[in-house]
Write a protein that binds this ligand. Sequence first.
Ligand code: ATP
Length: 367
Amino acid sequence: MWIGIDDTDSPQGMCTTYLGALLARRLEESGMEIRSLRLVRLNPNIIWKTRGNAAIAIEAEGDPDSAFSIATDLIEELADLSCEKTNPGLVVCGEIRPPATFAEEAITGFCTIEGAIAACGDAGARYRLWKNGRGIIGAVAAVAAEFSDATSEYLVYRDVNLHTSTRFVDPVSLRLAEEMTYPGTWDTCDPGNNLIVCVPHTPDPVLYGIRGNDPVWISLARNLVISEAPVLEAIFETNQGTDAHLLRGSVGTLEKGRSYSVPGIVASPPKTGIGGHVSLEITDGKDHLTCMAYEPTKGFRDSIRALAPGDRVYVCGSYKKRSLNIEKIQVISAPPIRVADAPLCESCGKKMTSAGKDKGYKCRVCG
Ligand code: ATP
């Protein structure tokens, strides 16, 4: 069977991945076998998201009615139901899963609660909605998702009741883990900006998370990390870092709230605006598209600023407010820029000037 959950957290605490990891443990304690834990990243442009728009699916062997009741109890015990923005959803289905097309739309576009309920009906799934029930969208998408590509995340949790933003995770051990396992793992540290990126600063139960290619790489890195004592750990299979949210797009045809990979030619020199945000204009020869590299992307902006008119690129990112928010870029071609200019004088080093038509150059300083 498959169990899907979503929307159990709030900015003040909890995390749906923690609830999923704990649910897996409780199902195991009741005698069920856990086959996999999945962390499914949905459309990053969804305004209702708390953080990274993740939903959780558990693949397990056991009685669906018991699983439904254990999951219901856990959501009521742990979900932050007092928060207006927390609207949990739960689905449990057997071998027949809701259609993968529902998950594709949830990852790249927009779904409705009615659509999610209809998908549950088609699959003969048990489901439950709390409050406005929006979480059923993510829950159904999580069990319906087919991964054509996948990565892994090792999540380590602390006491759910701490509700503080401070954590002890030794930065030296994290840098060592990064050094020993990169590129098999990533997003542990950001050496370019001397930052630790795998430890959150929010009051939720995540102590840290290690992302990587597969369970072996992330386990190697995790074993090098020194931290305060964790209360729970889990390895998730995930679609993060696989570009599952990117649609092929073209300049002039993009829809608001979706993410794209768009080919184009740089139309004008990139501009740095107020606040250090960099804008890049690309064209397909007919229409133009403004692409933005915002200040928090730090050194990435230097790569954008280095582009010049005529360079061919693929730009990837979310389309909103009539511009593409650049996540990454591929430079297809960047022909050398040739500048015709007078040479410097070999004697005094000053710039020479033309000595007249077909007469070469002359140094007007030293003669
Ligand atoms: P957490 O990581 O802890 O789950 P989050 O950042 O994933 O937090 P949620 O609290 O789950 O955010 O809120 C996202 C809400 O948006 C959920 O109710 C989910 O069902 C809904 N949602 C997600 N993707 C879509 C979509 N494509 N269309 C419509 N609703 C969506």
